[in-house]
Design a protein around this ligand. Sequence first.
Ligand code: ADP
Ligand code: ZN
Length: 755
Amino acid sequence: MSEPRFVDVALPVPLSRAFTYKVPAGLLLEPGMRVAVPFSGQKLAGFVLREHDTQPEGVKRIMQVAGLFEHEPVFPDELLRFLLRAADYYLAPAGEVLKSAAPLLPKEAMKQLKQSGFVTDAGELKGRKISAQTTWRVRHAALSEGLRLGVRQRALLALLAERGEVLLPELSQHIPNARSLVRALAEKQLLTYEEVELEHDRFFAAALPTELPFQANREQAHAIEILSARLFTEKPGAFLLHGVTGSGKTEVYLQVVQQALARDGGALVLVPEIALTPQLVARFRARFGEGIAVLHSGLGDRERNAAWRALRRGELRLAIGARSALFAPVPRLSVLIVDEEHDPSFKQEEGFRYHGRDMALLRAQMAGALCVLGTATPSVESYFLTEQGRMQRLELRERAKQQLMPKVEVVDLARNPGNGPGGHPLLTGPLHRALERCLAADEQAILFLNRRGFAPSLRCSSCTELLRCPACSVSLTEHRRAGLLRCHYCDFTTHVSEACPSCGKLTLERMGVGTERIEDALISSFPGARVGRLDRDTAAGRGVEEVLDRMRERKLDILVGTQMVTKGHDLPGVTLVGVLMADQSLAFPDFRASERTFQLLAQVAGRAGRGDLPGRVVLQTYQPNHFAVRHALNHDYLGFYREEIIQREELSYVPHARLVAVRADAGDDAVTRRIIDGLAGIARNTPEVRSGVVALLGPAPAPISRIRGRYRWRFLLRSRSREQLRTVAQAVAARIQEGVAPGRAHVDVDPVSML
Ligand code: ADP
Ligand code: ZN
């Protein structure tokens, strides 16, 4: 008789340790396989970490693996090792990390497990419920005034009024319970709907003309040569591709990926938010046709699993997607590209809080793959790495077709530049004149204001009461098109009333300006102009693509929007960019506020003059002498970096020191406070904090002290010693895992959000 065999299994429970189970005779298990195991009275799906023959000590009755979901390991070895290291780095439970990275288990598999207690292979179960995916297309009918409708019904109709027709999944993104609301409204004959078959995937909806590689210019050719030479070498290393806006970084990515694929390697491309960058995906598709897995949040479970399997089996070797695509099982990974590496959306802010860019560097290094981080405005962290020689830098100093960088004109809002004829304070005289000239020449303009809605807050001028969200410590934003007040943190909505809810007087004042209000001001100031808007409210579903298409086809003259307009869009007709108020992001309680401001300004300026005509930027600000503003004016990244890095050094901030945030939130302020105090006490008692090697900052209430009815407290740990910081963070994480505050506290290593 052979020795009993055991496996260590990582389970999706908030504990870092693995659990040991006996392997039934005849079952062959490998690391990365997904198994069903009994765990405190239920069955859980977990992942095999290793097999061994050591009987665990001190365990009376060791339980047995109950089933195997797939005959192949879900994770190839390279990916499994990387995920475990990532979990360890972020002090996150390995089982939860593996679960979040893996494709979803078919529902039938779990059902069968519950019934029979054993599964052999979930693969055999698939194909049972595969029918054509259908959904509802909802059309707007008529809206008669004076009907009594609920807030959500009204919001739904407002959306339909704007869009004409919408698919149900899109509606559901905006409005909870959309399906039943649609039914109810159809009964009232306020809308119609029909069932339609969904396209397979909207990124594959239109056939694209194939595109041939450009003749690379001198700088591009140099970068492509250096990078390609590193492919398939023993230590390909990491590169920062620092190329000014419009320098043609995409072409560099495309040609390097091309070479990797040609030599039978796999490639992975990460982009900030795939819905916001349809152009980049389109260029990859035009170059590589159908041989590319596009991973985005709009995919259904079935499509996501299909993409995973195609990569896993090696049928596809190229994947492109937002941060979670980092976990795609790309075979023979040989190059990993992170486009717009500075973008804050690479940080996952809930659950497994990882940074997509940092982890891309790690995965590439572990896999022996080349890593390329591309941007016009490098994160301070990445540039610092190049200064330390830990990452190499490649520069593209000129635009792809030698176009000039746009000229920037500053309008000092503090010096009362005078309103344009429309009278709106943010459409100043100088901006108005620039827009007039732009429109007269039949060119296009982009206006950037980082606030959506009509008015960011409403205040009663009699009792000074601010209209606040009942669940969050923020004011409600007026969305006039929808006729609603909305909370941007929890999506609470209510009607706009003309009377103050506190004193009843009709003296509510609109404070501040959002994109909707600018859109209105533009329409009345420039009656002939076609004005479009791009922000969270208009971007749902294909909204971004539609707006960008209309810009490209010259069906719009002016596009106003939030930071969405600053992304990498390549719109050759745009010659004027207006920054309505550059200061908003400077006021953030965040040590990265200057960096973020520089990035936004340099990026939005980079949208101008990408075609044959020269570009121009009108930048309105109250702080023309702030260094972030000054260097953005001159497109001078290095100038910005040099000043910023000195401040970071003086204040002992990233990247000189490292940070860990510990946050707690609960429904009661006193309870939250007690949790955070308890955790801070653990940290304070460590030798590292006592000796001062690790600084403890706080605890204090978060700048937004309540969200969704939960009070928020936090403290920061800061140190120049990565190891000692980790020791303290580990002690805190262990305390949280002990169940002191399940679901009410977490550790965030290298935090990005300071709110
Ligand atoms: P970036 O991402 O660096 O801002 P893009 O990759 O969007 O720049 O390229 C800017 C524009 O230049 C695009 O329209 C692209 O098609 C064009 N382009 C890039 N490389 C070349 C080249 N070698 N020759 C001609 N046009 C190019
Ligand atoms: Zn709220």
